[in-house]
Design a protein around this ligand. Sequence first.
Ligand code: ATP
Length: 361
Amino acid sequence: MDNNKFVEVKNLRKVYDNGHEAIKNVSFSVKKGDLVCLLGPSGCGKTTILNILAGLLNPTEGDIIFNGKSVVKVAPKDRHIGYVFQNYALYPHMTVLQNVMFPLIVGANKKPKTEAKKIATKYMELTQITELADQKPGNLSGGQQQRVAIARALVQEPQILLMDEPLSNLDARLRLKIREEIRSLVKSVGITTLFVTHDQEEALSIGDKIILFNDGIIQQDDLGQNFYLEPNNYFVANFVGNPVIDNFKVTKTANELKSSQFTIDLADLEQSRFKREIPDGEYILSVRPENIVPDPDGLFGTTVDDIELIGRERILKFTFDNEQVRSLINLETPIKRGDQIKLKMRFNRVFLFTPEGERVY
Ligand code: ATP
């Protein structure tokens, strides 16, 4: 058994009955005990993948392997999976304790009531809902219902936990708190977890690694930091990062990258960062706002249109080719709205993409 491939998805493809190809040849693996985030915009196929893993949907092609064994033909109940749905799907007429015990007292492997209660109590303690045992779900807050759903998913001590946007019904502050709790809970239980979200900050904060999807295809499968530092392509660079990355249209000639307002000498770029020889033509130069900073000897001048305060940093906003671009600076830098400033880029931190989105620098 290979613990690095506790969950393996191989050449997965899903075409729905209406002909829509939601998943296009997706392969990835998950290490035992890891919490992996499946990230991507709405409709990219995240839920489809969870449903195929859980056995609620059949794949059109490809294989799903848990712990070295293909499970494509294994019934959902025999896959040892816990699933926390976006809307929690609690039973409204049952108490919290009855909800959490439920998976243990139904089906072929049902346990005696006293044993079921003992196990349920353990997971209610872990999820801090013991004192809610006699309440009905309708009387609970979103965060409390979430914990009940997690406890209910864990009672059967599944090998794999699937969570589909589990925080989307919570307010912003509670989301931050519960996501920390979920991470510490799954780590203490040691359960291999796939967590679906469309929120890149959530994914970066809780994932051991992140798999970013778009349009049914994996865009990058990597550690969180690499989505910032080494994005695979234009989509990744623009999906991850807050404030979002700045993009500048440039034309490459033999010696230069030329935009409407600045010219970069190709000799000033780090030659080793070019991924291949690139022909002259149109490209997109992208730079994260923290790497385009005010400097008296900057590359080009501009006027500060607006300033937004975010915690202990500020975003300077300016216009370039009729688009808004941003520079991220600290609070102390004395710049105000309307100021004329010059900006420089950290050339070892910029990216260059073809118009099709392929990264070439
Ligand atoms: P969201 O974050 O909005 O839930 P998602 O990334 O989870 O999105 P999926 O629900 O997996 O995306 O859907 C992927 C694509 O497949 C979407 O374009 C969706 O419209 C389509 N789709 C989902 N279910 C079906 C279905 N039963 N029949 C046809 N198309 C479907």
